[in-house]
Write a protein that binds this ligand. Structure first.
Ligand code: C2E
Ligand code: MG
Ligand code: MG
Ligand code: MG
Length: 283
């Protein structure tokens, strides 16, 4: 009986693998089509705010996708698919172009922060892509910020480092995203040319109830301060979070307590219409 159960378990596993593969291929197919036409692909923006002055220093570009077949698909689902299927370069191009164009219209002159996946950084084509996009949009390099995670730094370290130093030399700002998760290392902070460290939301969330988390936030903020690197608390959802991260010395913050990611005015009607026909609204 145990053997039969084992066989059954294997069969179920194999079936679900096949199902997952089919889902993935369908998703990939849909995403490829969307990237060609640009249909129902949006870039939402979420403000990043100075904790003392409340002024907006930057807005993070966050991709949103409504698939006719699948409804709203989270970037945590479709970004990995894009990375694995060779679509990431086209996707980065799309977001960069939109982000620079949209930022040109912002009267407050805030920077725009664009997420760059580790897979894109490894290709070695980012510098040219950014230079071309800045030129065609007219956005000054100093108004663009890219966000990279530490996963991007471990692969081909010296090449990625060179690429980032070259970008930094053109005036583009560089932020280390999701700090405190995964491969976090202090050496990354001082060996790579970061202007900004974004402390992962998981630390922020627990900092109000757990002194050890608050201590970590304080320590990262201190290190940033001493090295001249701006620290940003991510995922600041409540007034209590905000008070804590302010007390622990974070210079900037980003989170639902201030604003959720939102579409630009020219996309609002389309997004409302899609939300009305979808089960899950885009957040
Ligand atoms: P991320 O770069 O760390 O972006 C921050 C995420 O936290 C966003 O999720 C944002 O909506 C969410 N967030 C903001 N404030 C709060 C808050 O107060 N509480 C909570 N619980 N969450 C908050 P989102 O938009 O779902 O994006 C998820 C991830 O997908 C991003 O994490 C980023 O890694 C990736 N991503 C999104 N857009 C792009 C893109 O255009 N290119 C690439 N390569 N990756 C992207
Ligand atoms: Mg980010
Ligand atoms: Mg982050
Ligand atoms: Mg993240």
């Amino acid at each position: 009986a145990a053997k039969d159960a084992g066989k059954n378990a294997f069969r179920l596993f194999a079936e679900s693998m096949e199902q997952n593969l089919q889902d993935r291929l369908r998703l990939e197919d849909e995403l490829r089509k969307a990237l060609i036409t640009g249909e129902n692909l949006f870039v939402f923006y979420q403000p990043i705010v100075n904790t003392r002055t409340d002024s907006i220093t930057a807005r993070e570009a966050l991709m949103r996708w409504y698939s006719r077949e699948l409804g709203w698909v989270s970037p945590t689902v479709f970004i990995p698919v894009a990375e694995q299927s060779g679509l990431i370069e086209r996707l980065s191009q799309f977001v960069l172009h939109r982000a620079c164009r949209d930022a040109m219209r912002w009267p407050d002159g805030a920077r725009v922060a664009v997420n760059i996946s580790a897979a894109q950084l490894g290709l070695g084509t980012l510098g040219d892509m950014i230079a071309t996009t800045l030129e065609s949009s007219g956005l000054p390099a100093t108004r663009l910020e890219i966000e990279v995670t530490e996963a991007a730094l471990v692969d081909d370290e010296s090449r990625v480092m060179e690429e980032l130093y070259q970008l930094r030399a053109t005036g583009v700002h560089i932020a280390l995203d999701d700090f405190g998760t995964g491969y976090s290392s202090l050496s990354h902070i001082h060996r790579f040319p970061f202007d900004k460290i974004k402390i992962d939301g998981s630390f922020v969330r627990d900092s109000t109830t757990r002194p050890d988390y608050a201590a970590m936030v304080r320590t990262i903020a201190d290190i940033g301060h001493r090295l001249g690197v701006t620290t940003v608390a991510e995922g600041v959802e409540t007034q209590a979070h905000l008070e804590t991260i302010r007390a622990e010395g974070c210079q900037e913050m980003q989170g639902y307590v201030y604003a959720r990611p939102a579409p630009e005015p020219h996309d609002r009607d389309t997004v409302d219409r899609l939300n009305a026909q979808a089960a899950k609204p885009a957040a």
